[in-house]
Design a protein around this ligand. Structure first.
Ligand code: ADP
Ligand code: MG
Length: 242
C-alpha cells in the first residue's frame, strides 16, 4: 500500500466546502486532502454528493463557503476553464466524449489543453493499443469499454497531476474493468494523484490508499483502506451493503 512520506505535502486541499444547486444545499462542510501518487476513493450511495464534489473541484459549481487549494493555487478562485490547465483532468460519469468526433480528434482536444507534444500522444496510445487501432473511428461507434478508455486517454493527454474519475468501471465487463484498474495503478506509479468514485467495493479495496465515505452530502469518515479491509462492517454502515 502506498504510504506517502510525511514530508510530502498534500497537492489538493479541500477545506470545509458547502455547495448548493440553486437553493438546495447538497454538500455540507466537506474537507479532505489528496497527496501525490495517492488513490483517494469516494464511496457513498446514489445521490450522496460524490459527483457534486468532483464538479466542485473542477470549478463547475460555485462554493457557498470554503476553499479548494491545489499546490499553491486557490483553485476555487479560478474560472472553470483555468482548472484543467493547472494539471487536473476530469472524466465525468457518462464519459463526456464528443461522440461524433473520431478517436484521434477526441485525443487531440485533450492535447490542446496543455499544448502537449506528439510524444505525449504516443505515450497515451501506448497505454491503450485498442485506441491506436481505431483512431479514425467515431467515438459513438466504440464499445462501452473502449469509450471509457478514450475518455481516460483524453484526460491523460492533458498530462495531469491529479485525475478525477467518476465511476469509470460502470457497466463494463470484468476484462475492461481490469484494464482501467491497470491504467489507474500506472498513473499512481508516475506520482499522479487519483480521486476515484467507484461503487464496486472489490475495486475500491484493491486500488485505494484511503477512502472517504460520503453520506447525505457530508463526509463522516476518512479511513485507510487497510483499516477498511480489517473492519468491513464500516462499509455496511455507510452504504447499506456488505
Ligand atoms: N444539476 C442538479 N440540479 C439539482 N440537484 C442536483 C443536480 N445534480 C445533482 N443534484 C442533487 O444533488 C445530490 C447529490 O447528487 P450527486 O452529486 O450526483 O450524487 P452521487 O454522485 O453521489 O450519486 C442529489 O440529491 C441530487 O439529486
Ligand atoms: Mg454520481
Amino acid at each position: 500500500m502506498y504510504k506517502p512520506p510525511i514530508w510530502v505535502q498534500a497537492m489538493l486541499n479541500v477545506h470545509n466546502i458547502e455547495v448548493a444547486y440553486d437553493q438546495v444545499q447538497v454538500l455540507f462542510d466537506i474537507s479532505f486532502e489528496v497527496k501525490p501518487g495517492e488513490i483517494f476513493c469516494l464511496l457513498g450511495r446514489n445521490g450522496a454528493g460524490k459527483t457534486t464534489a468532483l464538479k466542485s473541484i473542477m470549478g463547475l459549481l460555485p462554493l457557498k463557503t470554503g476553499s479548494i487549494q491545489f499546490d499553491t493555487q486557490t483553485l476555487s478562485a479560478l474560472p472553470p476553464y483555468e482548472v484543467p490547465k493547472q494539471g487536473i483532468a476530469y472524466v465525468p460519469q457518462g464519459r463526456g466524449l464528443f461522440s461524433e468526433l473520431t478517436v484521434a480528434q477526441n485525443i487531440e482536444i485533450g492535447l490542446m489543453v496543455k499544448n502537449s507534444s506528439a510524444a505525449t500522444r504516443d505515450r497515451v496510445l501506448d497505454m491503450f493499443p485498442r485506441l491506436r487501432e481505431r483512431l479514425k473511428q467515431r467515438a459513438e461507434t466504440l464499445s462501452g469499454g473502449e469509450q471509457q478508455m478514450l475518455a481516460m486517454a483524453r484526460a491523460l493527454s492533458m498530462e495531469p497531476k491529479l485525475l478525477l474519475l467518476d465511476e469509470p468501471t460502470e457497466g463494463l465487463q470484468p476484462s475492461m474493468t481490469q484494464l482501467i484498474k491497470d491504467v489507474i495503478l500506472n498513473m499512481k506509479q508516475e506520482g499522479v494523484a487519483v480521486i476515484l468514485v467507484e461503487h464496486h467495493i472489490e475495486t475500491v479495496l484493491s486500488l485505494a490508499d484511503r477512502v472517504a465515505f460520503i453520506e447525505n452530502g457530508r463526509c463522516p469518515k476518512i479511513t485507510d483502506v487497510a483499516d477498511l479491509r480489517g473492519n468491513p462492517e464500516q462499509i455496511h454502515r455507510y452504504l447499506g451493503v456488505s
